[in-house]
Design a protein around this ligand. Structure first.
Ligand SMILES: [Zn+2]
Length: 71
């Protein structure tokens, strides 16, 4: 899962998701194992990032959509 950010401690972009995905469940860094944030906060962060990407110029959007289609 791509999170779009790196751990502040070790720079790892990977996260360990909790088995129980409630908004209060904490996710931890896949690199150093430190607690990052609650799943609910993480989810909102990812959603905000995706919304920001959708607001990019249509040319870049089209290129991104093409990349997704050919993956
Ligand atoms: Zn880390």
């Amino acid at each position: 899962m791509r999170s779009g950010f790196g751990c502040e401690s070790c720079g790892s972009p990977g996260v360990r998701l909790p088995a129980d995905l409630t908004d209060d469940a904490m996710i931890s860094c896949d690199g150093c194992g430190c607690t990052l944030m609650a799943w609910g906060a993480f989810k909102r962060r990812v959603e905000a990032q995706e919304a920001a990407e959708r607001r990019e110029p249509s040319e870049r959007h089209a290129a991104a959509a093409q990349q997704r289609a050919t993956r």
